[in-house]
Design a protein around this ligand. Structure first.
Ligand SMILES: [Zn+2]
Length: 157
């Protein structure tokens, strides 16, 4: 069943635009800044609560967005915690150089297969050493014990 991304149409104006903020991931983001995941919501109304562990991401799309932000901020514990145990790597080596600078996310498609399985297709843009790249991936997610987990992704070329 193809369904529109549940969060795609909700684009209330957020506080401060933070274009390019993640080029320096150490820059402190304010809760009223636009969430760097591109949802159009403020950080406080979007990924922040998921990243700090206050509440689990309620949808596969929300988890996908928060994992993008976790990559951008180098939050390896969050990435591992939201990775399904069956496919989770031991480490992500996010300290190893060169790390990409994540500069944008766009969600292309969300597909709900049943209540506990979903697919999210996205394009994430990043730079390494001044060169721009894009990662186009179709990711699979599973819902278990009230939480969504990333299982795996197929990269589209
Ligand atoms: Zn977000």
């Amino acid at each position: 069943m193809l369904t529109p991304c549940p969060e795609a149409d909700k684009r209330p104006p957020c506080g401060n635009a933070v274009r390019g903020a993640l080029r320096n991931p150490m820059k402190a983001l304010s809760p009223i800044d636009c969430c760097p995941c591109g949802s159009g919501k403020s950080l406080a109304d979007c990924c922040e609560a998921y990243l700090v562990g206050a509440i689990p991401a309620p949808t596969a799309e929300a988890l996908m967005r928060s994992r993008y932000l976790a990559y951008a901020l180098g939050r390896e514990p969050y990435l591992l915690a939201t990775w399904h145990a069956s496919t989770r790597p031991a480490t992500l080596a996010l300290e190893t150089e060169p790390q990409p600078r994540w500069i944008g996310l766009s969600i292309k498609r969300c597909e709900t297969q049943d209540e506990d399985h979903a697919v999210v297709e996205f394009v994430a843009r990043y730079k390494i050493g001044g060169r721009a790249y894009r990662l186009h991936e179709i990711s699979r997610f599973v819902h278990e014990q009230g939480r969504w987990f990333y299982i795996s992704g197929n990269i589209k070329r």
